[in-house]
Ligand binder design. Sequence first.
Ligand code: PRX
Length: 665
Amino acid sequence: MSLHLEACVSDPTAGGLENLLSEDRRFPPSAEFVAQANATADLYSWANADRPAFWAEQARDLISWSTPFQEVLDWSQAPVARWFADGRLNAAYNAVDRHVEKGRGDRVALHFEGEGGDTRTITYADLQREVSKAANALTALGVGTGDRVAIYLPLIPEAVFTMLACARIGAPHSVVFGGFSAEALHSRILDAEATLVVTADGGFRRGAPSALKPAVDEALAKGPTSVEHVLVVKRTGQDVEWTEGRDVWWSDVVDPASDQHTPVEVDAEHPLFILYTSGTTGKPKGIFHTTGGYLTQAAYTHLNVFDLKPETDVYWCTADIGWITGHTYVVYGPLVNGATQVIYEGTPDTPHRGRWWEIIAKYGVTILYTAPTAIRTCMKWGEEIPGQFDLSSLRVLGSVGEPINPEAWMWYRRVIGGDKAPIVDTWWQTETGAIMISPLPGVTETKPGSAQVPLPGIAADVVDDDAHPVPNGAGGYLVLTEPWPAMLRGIWGDEERYKDTYWSRFRGLYFAGDGAKKDDDGDIWLLGRVDDVMNVSGHRLSTTEIESALVSHPWVAEAAVVGATDDTTGQAVVAFVILRGDAGVGESSPDEVQLELRNHVAKEIGPIAKPRQVLVVQELPKTRSGKIMRRLLRDVAEHRAVGDATTLADSSVMDLIAQGLSTPS
Ligand code: PRX
């Protein structure tokens, strides 16, 4: 793994973070907020006194167990943790049935807003019926406890029903983001050996139907898989190809199924889901999470970080269910806590740029959780747009996915939060399962741009190359020093890769892959990835994965990809390619080459991985051992003077690249 800590930490502007350490604005919580807050400062001392006992108490308080646990943490097989291992429970029962049993069946669970303006209101009692029907249908299609189900759906209620139906029968789900390609879907189906794919004819995107089913057909045509059935929701009504015997309509098997179903009791350590994320190699990692610990931390963080009051709040997390944020803070956290939430299918600018703010005004949203890239986009569109809507219901604002620059933080607070709603900048990862570092809104004096403090129950630090904690005012690597309930239990089918990736850099410490700095108060500021992982609009992309996609094109001999700072998306993909002499590029202009290669990456991985720029070069900068020096390419992509190139095998390469790029095409 190559690390770029030096570049990242010595240049605090990297990743769009301006003047971090001179940031001296402070926002203490208001007296009114403090008076009603769920979390108080004594949570920290309570958790510090006995961390496992603290988590056991949360697990008992927030989760219903069919068999109560006696064991709390078993770390004897470190780094694979077992939490509450002798307890048994069901995740869907916790998210749905128990609320109905407690007389809250009439509470709205989901306010669904389709992109075209169609809506559905789903109460907890409705949710219980829908999830039960889907669970019965899945069973009828041959899915048993332990079998894996791939989900490739737009953000429609059936996506939530399906995830919970899987949880109800103990079949781990593997949600694949609807924006990923057939190729990406295929490799995820193979890796998890899924027996069922749940999809839709399509979803609505930017005012038009966008097909999904053809990608499933294409994925399954790539070669034999373990898939027996494809369950298809009719959403857009577009024509679909049909494979008799394999494909079944949702309306034919789920709608008529019985709405009575008994949840399957599973062990606390039974896998709940697999979610693939990019690592530093070309092959995505199947991060897997189990049931009891994950649900405990999902519920605890959702309740305390967002100060949720399930009876009165209307919560909205804008993430898609294809990402971990959608798993923990659309599906499991809010529903386990019995919250009322909004889910929205479409994009923020359809049919107009005020759509999000219109939704907030319409439903009286009180808690909003979104990503810095969305905030920066709205800043660009202008504050008069949100200014046209009544946003006064908002009382807590959350940020996730990438460092939030102080300017965007201040805009979010002033324009969206009316200068009163506390902002929680939440740091976590697919691997951590739930929020790890964040202010508590009724406790912490917030600082624009900093995630600040590990939550009560979480232990994090910033260390130097030798694993020593750095002093305040210094930078280093973010590590997690104690096991936590929602931690990943491994990489699906590859225990060694789990150990190598997260536990080999610093002995006994979980290395997150992020650079960080402690300020003079000891608060943590995240500085971005230090490995070959990029963060584009809060989405993780691997440089290696995009490089492999590029070299799979017949024109490309070699490729190097870097994440360059971008004002809106945080980072943007910039690719440097060497074309093959015999490539057949022929008469294509540089613009045509660029277009062709950008589209090729979109087809291989998905539109989110499309490079912002593809630059054709004659040579790539390499060390004597043949390793590409991406740091130098990042300097070029960000229009900076090129840094120290003395370790290059051929030091004239950078001049050649610079000359090539400055030559008008
Ligand atoms: O680099 C960090 C960044 O996102 C990475 C995790 O990406 P993913 O697994 O896709 O999960 C995203 C949503 C939890 C981290 O390693 N990241 C996430 N949240 C923040 C952040 N960087 C800075 N500040 C954050 N609040």
